[in-house]
Design a binder for this molecule. Structure first.
Ligand code: OAD
Ligand code: ZN
Length: 361
């Protein structure tokens, strides 16, 4: 079930009422809504967007010059090979490794209300994840995203990550939407004075809670906590970007946190969607149902559909993001370009988060 950053999320993704009457009303409303949108959701009318529903189909689509406005959407899985653990991978994910902090729930460490009362666990965790002497390097996957930009094909990169590795990879600021904020800058929680990453790192190195030099309140990195709004840049660009997208590439995310996860449904129906991830995610429970069944069951449409009879534009490369990006680049004849972009210290593709997440808590 999707998690939400509740403050700004007003969707009805998880509507579930015990009241039958309310359910019925809701279903009727849904029927009206879907009925009105029927021309958009019926797939029979859609042109064939991929020659074949496979990675080859995606490669041909790009080679044919049809992917001129690519949007990449990323999560923690694109950085695990750099040594930064993700959140939800069993065993290695952050949320499985927070016992020592005695939190009400694993997510509390990123909860703004909890942070206001108890900033210590967050800074202790941040210190263990970003030790001062360790500089994380962008991965092959980050380099691939940069290459899409160099080739003039990248409309925008949307990331949930706060590790700034897209910046380190050299992606220009205007192409980058850090949906969950960044560690790059920080602000005083009271007077909003701006602080640098170096300031925060310096304080964390001393095991002290960063406080404002003007008013003595806690200084918080500009990352989005549960209960906080996403940056306005996110909303303004989502409005204009997604309707123009002609290839969506989703990488290294469980697609569990809203509103980010829902972005996959904002591209046109004719836009192919490529998932590069260890596992299939974002699959709609209603994807195998026809129009009438969706209305009658009340199951919403949307989500990725790789396998149903109606699947026509979603393709998955299951494996690490690095391997997936490297094989895609090779198939596109971009190997030399990838090599050219290679910088000293960029990680090589490896086999998975268990072995790669060296920075366990
Ligand atoms: P998750 O940990 O939820 O999901 C990571 C996904 O990447 C999983 O599906 C993994 O199987 C996959 N994965 C891990 N390593 C991989 C690799 N090397 N190659 C390919 N796939 C890999 O991380 P996010 O989806 O980014 O928000 O989590 C979303 C948000 O939840 C975060 O931004 C954070 C968290 O709570 C806040 O803190 C506000
Ligand atoms: Zn202050």
């Amino acid at each position: 079930m999707a998690e939400k950053l509740p403050c700004h999320d007003t969707s009805s993704d998880e509507d579930s009422s015990d009241d039958d009457v309310s359910n019925e009303l809701l279903r009727q409303l849904l029927q009206l809504k879907i009925g009105a949108d029927k021309s958009n959701t019926d797939q029979e009318d859609l042109p064939k967007v991929l020659e074949e529903l496979s990675v080859d189909g995606i490669v041909k689509y790009i080679k044919a010059g049809k992917a001129t406005k690519i949007i990449t959407m990323a999560g923690a899985g694109i950085s695990t090979s750099a040594g930064i653990p993700d959140f939800r991978s069993p065993g290695t994910g952050l949320y499985d490794n927070l016992e020592e902090y005695n939190l009400p729930s694993p997510q509390s460490v990123f909860d703004i209300e909890y942070f206001k009362e108890h900033p210590e666990p967050f800074f202790k965790l941040a210190k263990s994840l970003w030790p001062k002497d360790k500089k994380f390097q962008p991965t092959v996957c980050h380099r691939f995203i940069k290459l899409l930009h160099v080739k003039g094909l990248l409309l925008r990169h949307y990331t949930q990550n706060i590790d700034s590795l897209e910046r380190s990879a050299g992606l220009p600021e205007e192409l980058l939407i850090e949906a969950h904020g960044t560690f790059h800058t920080s602000h005083c929680t009271s007077c909003s004075k701006t602080y640098s990453q170096e300031f925060i790192e310096g304080e964390m190195a001393k095991d002290s809670i960063p406080t404002c030099t003007d008013c003595n309140h806690v200084v918080k990195p500009d990352i989005v906590f549960f209960g906080e709004n996403l940056p306005s840049k996110f909303f303004t660009h989502v409005q204009s970007d997604f309707e123009h997208c002609n290839l969506l590439i989703i990488m290294g995310t469980s697609l569990t946190v809203q509103p980010f996860a829902r972005l996959i449904d904002r591209v046109p129906k004719t836009c192919p969607r490529l998932l590069i991830n260890l596992e299939k995610v974002g699959v709609s429970s209603g994807s195998g149902l026809d129009f009438l069944s969706r209305i009658l069951s009340g199951v919403q449409s949307g989500g990725l559909d790789f396998d149903s009879e109606k699947a026509y534009r979603d393709v998955a490369i299951l494996g690490t993001c690095d391997e997936g990006c490297e094989s895609l680049a090779n198939a596109l004849g971009w190997k030399d370009d990838m090599d050219k972009l290679s910088t000293e210290g960029t990680t090589r593709p490896e086999s998975g988060p268990e072995e790669n997440s060296t920075n366990k808590l």
